[in-house]
Ligand binder design. Structure first.
Ligand code: KIV
Length: 265
């Protein structure tokens, strides 16, 4: 039985940290199931780690739908949260409503949007229509060009005040959760304290209601990507490269396939 927004809220009220991880395919979704993460985010970070783009801007709604469908076949327990990608909701709220509807029809249980006060009316409309919404504040990668790069947000009194107001606006509009990306840890703690819904941090210290990481990054599959907040729990880049090199060598040497991998008759 998948975690619902109700069960996630219960974790929040009982002080149980919520584990969210991004995931984009069936095979990884099965492993996430065994590890027991509470939430899977089919994030538009797939633009970076799957598609090889520098930003999430090129990601299309169809991409998120495709990966959402693959993930839900591999995991039956985690809450499925899917991103609304860039320009699927910014041009007008009707677009956002239809895009969110397509994600739910594909199997998502809730959707994530980037932004604060300016998207509150859409959040309210979505929630009223039965679409649970997770907000996303701080570093919002869909606005990377406007922000002038991937940098820590919410520094300074004015920026911090704006961020708290945005979080409260999302909560008032009916959001069930807010992701806080790359903001100072004390500010994330302050936002968490101010809200009555869970916060999920990435680069936001350890006082949020839960954490999220991009699965390929935390498995050490791209050691060129080294933001301060990232902890690599494995070094799969080295492991996978080693395996691929060994395979190539054995093919060249004709030591693979050996008799144990061959059919006699
Ligand atoms: O797209 C994504 O993976 C995200 C997380 C980094 C929060 O939005």
């Amino acid at each position: 039985m998948r975690k619902t927004i109700r069960s996630l809220h219960k974790m929040y009220t009982t002080g149980t940290p919520i584990t969210m991880i991004t995931c984009y395919d069936y095979t990884f979704a099965r492993l996430v199931q065994r590890a027991g993460a509470d939430m899977i985010l089919i994030g538009d970070s797939l633009g970076n780690v799957i598609q090889g783009h520098e930003t999430t801007v090129p990601v299309e709604l169809e991409d998120i739908i495709y990966h959402t469908r693959a993930v839900i076949r591999g995991n039956q327990d985690a809450h499925i949260l899917s991103d609304l990608p860039f320009m699927s909701y910014q041009a007008n709220d009707d677009d956002g409503m239809r895009a969110a509807g397509k994600l739910l029809k594909a199997g998502a249980q809730s959707v994530k949007l980037e932004g604060g006060k300016e998207i509150a009316p859409l959040v309210k409309r979505l929630v009223t229509a039965g679409v649970p919404v997770c907000g996303h504040l701080g570093l919002t990668p869909q606005s990377v060009h406007a922000m002038g790069g991937f940098r820590v947000q919410g520094r300074g009194d004015d920026a911090a005040k704006r961020l708290i107001e945005d979080a409260l606006a999302l909560q008032d509009a009916g959001a069930y959760m807010v992701v806080l990306e790359m903001i100072p840890a004390p500010l994330a703690a302050q936002v968490t304290e101010a809200l009555e819904i869970p916060t999920i941090g990435i680069g936001a210290g350890n006082q949020t209601s839960g954490q999220v990481l991009v699965i390929y990054d935390m498995l050490g599959m791209n050691t060129d990507f080294t933001p301060k907040f990232l902890k690599c729990y494995a070094n799969l880049e080295q492991e996978i490269e080693g395996a691929l090199k060994q395979y190539k060598q054995e093919v060249v040497e004709r030591t693979y396939p050996g008799p144990e991998h061959s059919f006699e008759k």
